[in-house]
Unconditional design. Structure first.
Length: 206
């Protein structure tokens, strides 16, 4: 069976993650690679339920479970594409749930991040490479300020907590994560991201 390669892009709001992910897909396709672009929440009915729950102010546990349901379905689709030997690039993966919803669930005696990891372990798959676009939370807030009304995670205290969660995940799995300094220019960040992917992929796939 062929074995593809799964790259995930992570980062707090305002880090430029989605822009970089789109640029990464374009750059890799220019190399004639079989690239499949994905994002979470997905464009399925489950993904729509996630977005509706988020905008309607669902409770932290309801929100976390919606994200997990969407991700469980997404994993099955990605598994099929990996079995075809594809290079899959996903804008967000389970690490987003661990970082964001883990922060929302944090409470005395409750490690939200670790709890969600344990719950997803039976159905999740570990990416081959995770690009973490790291940015100071204050700079991220400055970048998202032009959007007007902020979402609930676009608050300094929450973004700082989410960023700490991301860096905690990166420290726990240094071989999987590549932390990119997202304060640099978009062009520099993209060049570094492409190099990281090409450098990690098996020679037969590049």
């Amino acid at each position: 069976m062929k074995r593809g390669f799964l790259v995930t892009c992570e980062g707090i709001d305002g880090s430029g993650k989605s822009t970089a992910a789109a640029g990464l897909v374009e750059a890799l396709r220019a190399r004639k690679l079989d690239v499949r672009a994905h994002s979470e929440p997905t464009r399925s009915w489950l993904g729509e339920a996630v977005r509706r729950g988020f905008t309607e102010g669902a409770s932290p546990w309801t929100e976390a479970l919606l994200f997990m349901a969407d991700h469980a379905s997404h994993v099955e689709q990605v598994k099929r594409e990996l079995s075809e030997g594809a290079l899959v690039v996903s804008d967000r993966w389970s690490d987003s749930t661990f970082a964001y919803q883990g922060a929302a669930l944090e409470a005395p005696g409750v490690d939200g991040l670790a709890l969600l990891q344990q719950m997803e372990r039976p159905f999740d798959i570990t990416p081959d490479l995770t690009l973490l676009f790291d940015l100071d939370a204050r700079e991220a807030m400055r970048r998202v300020g032009a959007r007007g009304a902020t979402e609930k995670f676009e608050r300094l205290d929450l973004l700082e907590h989410v960023r700490r969660n991301y860096l905690r995940l990166a420290r726990a799995e240094p071989k999987r994560f590549v932390v990119l300094e997202a304060s640099r220019s978009r062009e520099d960040v993209l060049v570094t991201a492409v190099a990281a992917v090409i450098g990690r992929m098996p020679p037969k796939q590049t």
